[in-house]
Every structure is written in C-alpha cells, then in structure tokens.
Design a binder for this molecule. Structure first.
Ligand SMILES: *[C@@H]1O[C@H](CO)[C@@H](O)[C@H](O)[C@H]1NC(C)=O
Ligand SMILES: *[C@@H]1O[C@H](CO)[C@@H](O)[C@H](O)[C@H]1NC(C)=O
Length: 193
C-alpha cells in the first residue's frame, strides 16, 4: 500500500513537472521584458561631447529652410503667439553658410509666449559628417530669442546618441529684422556612450 502511494506521488510529480516546463517554455517564446546587461548593447564608459555649429534659419529667398505652416491668429499679441514654423535648417561649422555643412536641424518651433518672443523648440539635429554621420540628437525646450544665451534640454538621441542627455546653448550671431533670417551659434553638451 505504502509503495503504491509513493509510486503515485512520483507519477504526479513528474506529470506536473512536465506541465511546468511546457508553460515556462511557452512564456519564454513571447517574453515581454527581461533585465539585460548593459554590455550587451556595447555600453561601456559614458562620455561627454561638446558640439559647436551654426544654425541657419532662412525665411527669405527662393529656397527658405524655415516655413511658417501656422500663422498666428489676427488677435495674437506682438509676440506672434500661436505661429508655427517647420524647419530643415542647415548646420554649418562656421557662421557663414559657405562653410562646411555638418548636419541639419529638422523639426518645428512655435511661438509659445504672450509676454515676450519665446519659442518652443522641437528639433532633431541630424548629423551628416564624420563619426556621427547618421546619428541624431533631440532637443526640446524654451527659447526666449532676445536673451543673450538660451538653454534647452537634450532629451535623447539615436545611433551614437542612444540614452543621451545634456543641454544646448543658443546665442544669436546674426539677425535681420526685415527678413527674419537668423544665424544662431549652438553649443551642445551631451553625455552618451
Ligand atoms: C560668406 O562667404 C562668401 C563666400 O565665401 C563671401 O562672399 C561672403 O562675404 C561671406 N559672408 C560673410 C558675412 O562673411
Ligand atoms: C554619411 O552617411 C550617408 C549614408 O550612409 C552616406 O551616403 C554619406 O556618404 C556619409 N557622409 C559622409 C561625409 O561620410
């Protein structure tokens, strides 16, 4: 009697073990999330890079790179509150547009302040030169354009800038109030792997 009970128990144990293994295997096939080692993504020492380039906001001429896609309402304040510009602005090494193009700033900016000219900047710096060709840095921040230095957060990036964070400082180099054309120096400090 006792021997039969032991055999029964063993049979039941093996039966449930097989079911457990199958259920576990089935879960792994569709695994939703798991912790991994950062080295699996070649993440070693985090480094800090300083980029410096000039951002050309060209509204005038035959080939503008900055286009107003939403005009401000007629009742808007002098700040143009509500206006939205789409941009594909060249980024160059020097302040002159004839210097080497290192990338483009693609995105949009919107007039987001009724008291001063303050923009919401939403743009990707898409680099086309050197080591960082094909990688992007994403900036989202507040840009009160008549302040000497404006600071905007770097909220992430792609390619070599995965997991990146940092900040960008913008300083106006040239502004033509007639056409609205501007050249802005950008210093971008970014932590990345
Ligand atoms: C920019 O470069 C062009 C061509 O090299 C030159 O003619 C022009 O004067 C330069 N502009 C400024 C503001 O330096
Ligand atoms: C940047 O990458 C693109 C796409 O891979 C390539 O066509 C281009 O030649 C590269 N530019 C430089 C300067 O390496």
């Amino acid at each position: 009697m006792a021997r039969i009970s032991a055999l029964h128990l063993l049979t039941i144990f093996i039966f449930f073990s097989i079911i457990t293994i199958q259920v576990t295997y089935g879960d792994e096939e569709f695994q939703f999330v798991k912790a991994i080692n950062p080295t699996a993504l070649k993440m070693k020492q985090e480094k800090l890079s300083h980029f410096r380039f000039y951002w050309h906001d060209i509204l005038s001429g035959k080939a503008p790179t900055s286009v107003m896609v939403v005009p401000p309402p007629k009742t808007a304040s002098f700040t143009g509150f509500g206006a939205v510009n789409m941009i594909d602005n060249p980024l160059t090494l020097g302040p002159n547009l004839s210097t080497k193009v290192v990338g483009r700033a693609q995105g949009f900016y919107a007039s987001a302040s009724q008291e001063e000219v303050g923009l919401l900047m939403t743009m990707n710096f898409a680099f086309t030169e050197g080591k960082y060709n094909g990688s992007t840095i994403t900036v989202l921040g507040r840009n009160p354009v008549f302040n000497k230095v404006r600071e905007m957060p770097v909220i992430g990036g792609s390619g070599d800038f995965r997991f990146s964070r940092g900040y960008a400082q913008a300083t106006t180099y040239f502004f033509d109030p007639k056409s609205g054309d501007a050249v802005v120096e950008y210093n971008v400090f970014v932590m990345h792997y």
